[in-house]
Design a protein around this ligand. Sequence first.
Ligand SMILES: Nc1nc2c(ncn2[C@@H]2O[C@H](COP(=O)(O)OP(=O)(O)OP(=O)(O)O)[C@@H](O)[C@H]2O)c(=O)[nH]1
Ligand SMILES: [Mg+2]
Length: 227
Amino acid sequence: MGNSVKISVVKNILEANQRIAEENRRRFAEKQLLVINLMSSPGAGKTSLLERTIRSLKDEWRIGVVEGDIQSTYDAERISQTGAPVVQINTGGACHLDSNMIQEALRNLEIERLDLLFIENVGNLVCPAEFNLGEDFKAMILSVAEGDDKPLKYPLMFHESTVLLINKIDLLPFCDCNLDLIEERALKINPRLNIFRVSCRTGEGLDRWGDWLKQQIRQRKKKGSES
Ligand SMILES: Nc1nc2c(ncn2[C@@H]2O[C@H](COP(=O)(O)OP(=O)(O)OP(=O)(O)O)[C@@H](O)[C@H]2O)c(=O)[nH]1
Ligand SMILES: [Mg+2]
């Protein structure tokens, strides 16, 4: 009996989240805006990737960011240095963003002026993957220092993501981490993953990621306003 009550509460939360996510998705589609939900454990390199990506694409495309953190405006300040419009969400303890928080944040962002919106989720390798925000797709970062066993231990995020960026490859000489093994394990969970090996420190691999992203923005515009 106790169990069934608990299950139904969780289900309600996820259903409510999904409903608002669909509203967000319709709004994004109307504007033909590509929206990417960026997830990883704390410190894997989400903000560093955004800084690099914005700087290399900003002459061609208009990019905005929603920053999700438990507290502080530190990441939003980093992003604003690039000149991109940014809104900070503080979850006040929650370990993930939900679609309602995104709906609120959109009040402070002129999305009609954007081609691409990144949502940097709260650093956490588990919970963010459970909550759709209305994005076109999810992208995740795994840094080599976290170890090549992570797809085995945290499969949901790998399963839900369209993109896997393996970051900090400049640190490979100092880590016991086998990149081929990460890819093999991740692809077993999700064969459709697009995988990029990158370093946000040296810039290695980021051109390929940037080219792929530009292609996605163009495709989103071609697709028009269907969600
Ligand atoms: N060596 C190395 N360090 C990196 C790389 N990418 C990021 N870092 C460093 O890793 C640390 C964390 O990077 P962030 O970009 O802040 O990571 P994050 O995922 O946004 O962190 P949270 O928002 O706190 O979850 C910083 O000190 C970065 O300079 C990389 O490719 N190589
Ligand atoms: Mg960050």
